[in-house]
Design a binder for this molecule. Sequence first.
Ligand code: SF4
Ligand code: SF4
Length: 376
Amino acid sequence: MDRKFIEKLGVSLPRLGYGCMRLPEKEGTIDFEYAKKLIHHAYNQGVNYFDTAYNYHGGESETFLGQVLKDFDRESYFLTSKLPVWKVKEEKDAEKLFNEQLQKCNTEYFDFYLLHSLNKRSIETVEKFNLYDFIAKKKAEGKIKHIGFSFHDNNDVLKKFAAAHEWDFIQLQINYWDWEVDDAKSLYETLEKLNIPCFVMEPVRGGFLASFAPHAMKRFKDHNPNASIASWALRWVGSLPNVALILSGMSDMDQLKDNIETFTNLKTINPDEQKIIHQVVEDLKKINPVPCTSCRYCMDCEFGVNIPKVFEIYNDYKKSENKAIANRSYFTFMKEEQQGGNCQQCGVCIPKCPQHINIPEELGKIHEEMLSIRSN
Ligand code: SF4
Ligand code: SF4
């Protein structure tokens, strides 16, 4: 595993960090034995950075890591968690949540700790309840080594908030799709200017850049038949100079091994490959996907709509144009209450989505389209 020494932080980080948001599941809960095997394999291969959060896997991810990481010397790995800012309703909640997280993770301290999923609205909560002061105090007490935040909003908001306090690092959603189609480039450049190390989340955009339409994948396969589609996305982001660490939420051993291989003697993207990536983005734009990363922050919908699943089925259909599979996945494998047609337009999920998707509107359109291709 390649490593990078981050001068500002005085630590050597693996290029690949293990995101614990998409661990394998069995019967609706983390598949403990298999997930443990993945964590052990990662650790043994030098992937010793583990990223979790209060809400991952409905709260189980922190507890899982707390149980699994106790097999290793605490000084031999980096553990990261995040303050669920949306759960802070008064100032003292932060202390309560933080202590609960330490306990669940079975640790005395976090190596890295973030204010989770900030945007213009949640930054108001941060300022109102002095949450920056809270994490800075924890850092001074030695309970956090490095402080940062993860972010989902525009560059003006980022510039202002990044400059308002002292940050050790900031976590951004960077991948070649968001670079060309959204404003990932300007967000990245802001951190570069401020000399703040950039930690990357969603390098493969929740799996969207791991597999897509055969004609688009062919461009990659023609150039290098042996490279996985995901490895292009990871190499692309790993080629950016101010990227300190790249998180990937790995759900199975094949993904994990492939990602480790990518970040062992990493081959940076050359100009010819950059052109191919640009052509692939042009191909993908025609698919016009719903930009859902399956993060599940919008869940649970109190009416039972399975929002990320609807978007996943729709995006898969757009990529493959396979009506039979779309029909089966949507109408046979999903209950009626889980489908887009059951959305009651209450709007509760909209502000929870870091990708700013107008969820009820998209669900309505998708349901109409699914009905139009329904086989009898
Ligand atoms: S807008 Fe629709 S999907 Fe969102 S929470 Fe309300 S009913 Fe559920
Ligand atoms: S709709 Fe938004 S919040 Fe819900 S899973 Fe997708 S990206 Fe996450």
